[in-house]
Design a protein around this ligand. Structure first.
Ligand SMILES: Nc1ncnc2c1ncn2[C@@H]1O[C@H](COP(=O)(O)OP(=O)(O)OP(=O)(O)O)[C@@H](O)[C@H]1O
Length: 690
């Protein structure tokens, strides 16, 4: 590729089915300033060799012995390495090879489930064993490990959960906190938990716990200081070079610029060189996927066959994993992804990365209690992570559809999640560990109002007695057992009082899964008509229950789902989640119960956990939330969209431009007075006053 590149306007310029005229995106290579180009890179040409040859050509392999000796010498080390240097796949294997795991397993945390799954599959392959044997993974609702597992890839959230059962984490000899630079809330909390476990094990003369922190960014002094000036090991180089290009001019529509760039690459590059595009969210991705498919139809076999794969977190797991399969010969895949493919993962075949420079971030506002989803610029660290997804199997290219000046103006690192997200779940987990969240030794303390907001919510849910309190009630202890948002744990635990545990289990399981509705754009009317059969005028929760009940009753599930435009895998997944939740309920000594057709009981039970999520109709379609006094509307996907009931309970609010309530049910304001009298007293409900 030339360093200056006119992306549209070549002789085979595609037609774009958009309103806009095709613009031009010119790119310049940022040779001097690009970080990857500043460092001497070790370039090894790889043929289709064996996995062992591939492993040996990774930069980390050359320093294996020094690395092992440093890890053996110190109880905690920080390792920095560029993307693709081999940190995540190799270092755990090195430690296993010298039997550092003889007294316990090596746990490697990952911020995302897709990374934990694909990494453990890759490492199993490299070690020539089945996934789930020596190497395995644990993610929420899925445990693929066995008694002989020595290397366990797990999400940071799962390790935190394990810490609740054993604060000393005795089954582990080494804990690797990977991708620490991402600063997810769970990794941040784990810093404190593993540090404490290490100190306590030393104090009690138990077997030692080794901690390895791995990061892809250089600013790790902070991590080192936190553990008491521990050594920092720097791994130089990456396996394959990546050429980075920036747009020469500011682009005013990053989505369109990405689309243009995809087709310019597609026209020039040989087949089987795949493209990964970073966008911000599901809707944007699905819209671009449709545009690409339309353009491809117009190309008339002039280019290799192009297959589009969306990748976002609400996509069912199996569809996410499809993306990782090699592309059939003669084809090209283009993956449109959110930031879930940004760190840790290797997607086979990716030669080109196109970076929009944007990301959708969830931020919690303690004042209003609202979680707001906002599209914003990424940080430089994220830009380098995205770049690093190319050049993993051979050299690669990264096209940034923003100028170098824009890159230069980006924040160096993203704001840690703990500074901006809803902390209710984390605070509950800390309290279950008998840790006071107000005095906990956080790597960076979260804002006090976020912690207080979480304590306040836990008090309202009955998990603690007082806001200042650090002791969980019995209800709080039970709530902490469930891998759910505390509001849903509360609903499950209340179900025994309303005699509807069967129903609540189904609803909570469905809310924990991806959407069960399938609405193909070409068969929209038919799909909606099929779904209408299940609709309940009382709202979305009972509608979900109707679907689950029918699904459980039929024997020909596949055909039934197909006829009713429902996603069978998601329903099956929900059914697995349901079984696991039912087991946890049994552990809490809860009896199974069903309210059969008296589904008012179900909605009353939902109020026990979601009473802070009530909104009242103001005027046509406009609602006011009782807790945060926000103007909102019911999301068009809700069955209540055109019914506008007086008082509704909702599962979540999303703000993308306007504020929308999702998963909504009608409630009778009188129920609120019975179920949460104190809350009603504190918050004036208009309907109750009149
Ligand atoms: N699933 C996979 N398929 C093919 N190759 C892979 C796979 N996983 C890893 N590799 C190879 O191993 C290399 C090192 O991957 P690894 O995840 O260990 O790097 P890393 O240093 O942890 O980088 P990052 O932090 O970006 O994930 C990759 O660049 C790639 O060549």
């Amino acid at each position: 590729m030339d360093s200056k590149y006119n992306l549209v306007g070549g002789k085979s310029c595609p037609k774009f089915p958009t309103k806009k005229p095709a613009t031009v995106v010119n790119f310049g290579s940022s040779t001097k300033k690009a970080r990857l180009d500043q460092r001497p890179t070790e370039v090894t040409k790889l043929g289709p060799g064996t996995l062992l040859q591939q492993r040996k050509s990774l930069p980390v392999y050359g320093v294996r012995n020094r690395l092992i000796s440093e890890i053996q010498k110190h109880s905690t080390v920080i390792i920095i390495g560029e993307t693709g240097s081999g940190k995540t796949t190799q270092i755990p294997q090195f430690m296993h090879e010298v039997r550092l795991d003889k007294n316990g397993i090596i746990g490697i945390t990952q911020p995302r489930r897709v990374a934990a799954i694909t990494l453990s599959q890759r490492v199993s392959q490299e070690m020539n064993t089945d996934c789930g044997a020596i190497v395995g993974y644990t993610v929420r609702f899925e445990d693929v490990t066995s008694e002989c597992t020595k290397l366990k890839y797990l999400t940071d959230g799962m390790l935190l959960r394990e810490a609740m059962l054993d604060t000393l984490l005795m089954s582990y000899s080494i804990i690797v906190l990977d991708e620490a630079h991402e600063r997810t809330v769970h990794t941040d909390v784990l810093f404190g938990i593993v540090k404490q476990a290490q100190a306590l094990r030393d104090e009690k003369l138990l077997k030692p716990l080794k901690i390895v922190v791995m990061s892809a960014t250089m600013d790790v002094d902070h991590f080192s200081d936190y553990f008491g000036s521990v050594p920092i090991l720097y791994l130089e180089g990456r396996q394959h070079p990546i050429q980075v290009f920036h747009a020469l001019h500011r682009q005013d529509d990053y989505v369109f610029s990405c689309l243009v760039t995809i087709f310019q690459i597609h026209q020039d590059a040989p087949a089987n060189q795949d493209i990964l595009v970073f966008l911000t969210g599901q809707e944007e991705i699905e819209a671009m996927a449709r545009s690409i498919r339309l353009i491809v139809k117009d190309l008339d076999g002039k280019c290799p066959c192009l297959k589009v794969y969306p990748l976002y977190s609400s996509l069912p797991s199996h569809q996410q994993l499809d993306v990782f399969r090699p592309t059939p010969q003669g084809m090209r895949k283009v993956i449109l992804s959110t930031n879930i493919a940004e760190t840790s993962v290797t997607i086979s075949g990716i030669k080109y990365v196109i970076d929009s420079g944007m990301v959708k971030v969830r931020t919690h506002h303690p004042g209003t209690g609202l979680d707001v989803l906002k599209v914003q610029r990424i940080s430089q660290a994220q830009a380098w992570q995205r770049t690093g997804r190319a050049g993993r199997e051979s050299s690669g290219f990264c096209y940034r559809v923003y100028t170098f000046q824009e890159f230069d103006a980006m924040l160096k690192n993203s704001i840690p999640e703990i500074q901006r997200c809803n902390l209710t779940n984390v605070v509950l987990q800390l309290l279950a560990l008998e840790i006071d969240p107000l005095t906990f030794n956080f790597l960076d303390k979260p804002p006090k109002e976020l912690v207080n907001g979480a304590l306040q919510q836990l008090k309202q849910l009955g998990a603690i007695d007082t806001v200042e309190g650090t002791k969980l009630t019995e209800m709080g202890h039970q709530m902490a057992l469930f891998p759910l948002d505390p509001r849903f744990s509360k609903i499950l635990l209340s179900a025994k009082d309303y005699g509807c545990l069967e129903e609540i289990l189904s609803i909570v399981a469905l809310l924990s899964s991806e959407s069960v509705f399938v609405i193909p754009p070409s068969k929209r009317e038919k799909a909606v008509a099929a779904h209408t059969k299940f609709f309940s005028s009382s709202g979305d929760h009972i509608t979900l229950l109707n679907i689950y009940r029918s699904f459980s009753a039929v024997t020909q599930k596949k055909q039934w789902c197909h006829e009713n435009f429902l996603n069978m895998r998601n329903l099956q997944y929900a059914s697995e989640v349901r079984s696991q939740l039912a087991e946890l309920c049994q552990r809490c000594k809860m009896q199974m119960s069903s309210c059969n057709q008296n589904v008012d009981q179900v909605r009353k039970c939902l109020v026990t956990g979601l009473f802070m999520n009530i909104a009242e109709l103001q005027r046509e379609r406009q609602y006011l939330t009782v807790e945060s006094r926000q103007i909102v509307a019911i999301h068009p996907s809700s069955v209540l969209y055109s019914l506008h009931p007086h008082c509704v309970l909702f599962t979540e609010v999303i703000q993308t431009g306007s504020c929308y309530l999702r998963q909504v049910s009608q409630v009778d304001p009188e129920w609120l007075r019975d179920i949460v009298p104190e809350y009603v007293q504190q918050h004036r409900l208009l309907t109750l006053v009149s």
